[in-house]
Design a protein around this ligand. Structure first.
Ligand code: NAD
Length: 428
């Protein structure tokens, strides 16, 4: 994915937690390696009659606590190291929020923006055929990730059902409501992140330049990197709750609303999203100026929300980060070296495995509904999500305080304790 190997970073995070909790060597060894790696080619007939072969992956990391679970990413820079890291983080995430599932991830090295809808469908169906023997409601349940949509999940469900010969909605989550999706799944990752942020703000008091506590949401400035499913929904939820969003971005670049008097002005999030739809870019949205990917991360805001790709906050830019809270809605946006420096500086990093666990939590609810063929009201989905997110936060906070460590290490300790118990009980 990038020059920084995400899987090696994930292993460093694992080692830090394992050392702290004196994890036995045998369990550590199991957790250092994926259980199964599938690497395959997907031939796709293009609209012009030519054939293209894409590289596909599915990494089934660990299933000690239940069936494998994790999204599929379509991205030009996706590679095996990235998918392994993402599969490992899914293992930690599911255990941390107490979901009875293991961790997996999939990916295809492709720029889906260069495919027609028909080509995208053929690629998605080809991916499904390649992994059909290895996925299933009791085996491994994929879901959306970067550039994969509810429509793609519907194609996967349909192709898998055709292969098996009967309707099989529980094979994949994040489906549209029309084909056995769950209410609330579309906003779940952002909504879960919002509950975590509420808890963080109860613990950490943000101050203004005069040393006065910022109590109103409208005083709290936020910059968000990425405006897809996760970042876009988070921007809308925060705006609805009165937060002062001042900068947002997408893969092409970002916009910021600056003011000469007090640094920043509040950005009209709904307006900016509409502008992006109409102009295919955020740039040029009235009242804002362009900001580069690099500059957005370094803005002097209270809360920075990476919601795009991994390795964004690294040794190179960590000293220039000015936010007081970093809420990781993306997976793996902070490298271990940067993490250590941020901790030393007293900057709170709310780790991905906690901050973005709302997505897999509601994916689990969707799977439960599919298995029973009985569907819940949105209110039930959201209230159960809130309970799980807030209780998980409290559990992580207790460990963080007990060992005086960062929240990531605390979250890993909680998750690894649960996975290790399952491994021991089942027998190695
Ligand atoms: P998405 O495809 O819907 O959106 C990705 C967004 O990131 C787009 O706005 C894209 O333009 C932007 N982007 C890409 N590269 C960028 C860059 N260098 N700088 C700024 N913006 C950039 O994907 P998503 O589902 O929103 O996923 C985003 C992140 O959240 C990923 O790390 C993913 O693994 C993680 N995540 C997603 C879910 C989920 O439910 N979808 C759950 C947990 C974690």
């Amino acid at each position: 994915m990038s020059e920084i190997n995400p899987f090696l970073n994930a292993l460093k995070q694992l080692k830090t937690a394992a050392d702290l909790m004196n994890l036995e060597a045998s369990v550590l060894e199991i957790l250092q390696k994926p259980k199964r790696i599938l690497e395959f080619s997907i031939p796709v007939k293009m609209d012009d009659g030519t054939l293209k072969v894409f590289e596909g992956y599915r990494v089934q990391y660990n299933d000690a606590r239940g069936p494998f679970k994790g999204g599929i990413r379509f991205h030009p820079e996706t590679d095996l190291s990235e998918v392994k890291a993402l599969a490992f983080w899914m293992t930690i995430k599911c255990a941390m929020v107490g979901i009875p599932m293991g961790g997996a991830k999939g990916g295809v090295t492709v720029d889906p923006k260069k495919l027609s809808i028909a080509e995208l469908e053929r690629l998605s169906r080809g991916y499904t055929r390649a992994v059909a023997d290895f996925i299933g409601p009791e085996k491994d349940v994929p879901a959306p990730d970067v550039n994969t949509t509810p429509q793609i999940m519907a194609w996967i469900m349909d192709e898998y059902s055709k292969i098996k010969g009967f309707n099989n909605p529980g094979v994949v989550t994040g489906k549209p409501l029309e084909v056995n999706g769950s209410k609330g799944r579309d906003i779940a990752t952002a909504q879960g992140g919002f509950y975590i942020l509420e808890k963080v703000l109860e613990k950490i008091k943000l101050m203004d330049e005069k040393g006065k506590s910022k109590t109103a949401n409208s005083d709290i400035t936020v910059a968000i990197q990425g405006t897809g499913n996760v970042g876009g929904n988070m921007a809308k939820i925060l705006a609805k709750n009165g937060f002062k969003i001042v900068a947002i971005s997408d893969s092409k670049g970002g916009i910021v609303r600056k003011s000469k008097i007090n640094g920043f002005e509040k950005l009209d999030v709904e307006g900016a999203m509409k502008w992006k739809k109409e102009n295919e870019s955020l740039e040029g949205f009235p009242g804002t100026e362009a900001v580069s990917h690099k500059e957005l991360l370094e803005l002097p805001v209270d809360i920075l929300i990476p919601a795009a790709m991994e390795n964004q906050i690294t040794d190179e830019n960590v000293d220039k980060i000015k936010a007081k809270i970093i809420l990781e809605l993306a997976n793996g946006p902070t490298t271990p070296e940067a993490d250590a420096k941020l901790f030393k500086r007293g900057i709170t990093v709310v780790p991905d495995v906690l901050a973005n666990a709302g997505g897999v939590t509601v994916s689990y609810f969707e799977w439960c509904q599919n298995i029973r063929n009985y569907y819940w009201e949105e209110e039930k989905v959201i209230s159960r999500l809130e309970k799980i997110m807030k209780e998980s936060f409290d559990e992580v906070w207790v460990i963080k305080e007990k060992y005086s460590v960062d929240m990531r290490t605390a979250a890993f300790v909680l998750a690894i304790t649960r996975i290790a118990e399952a491994i021991r009980m089942r027998g190695m």
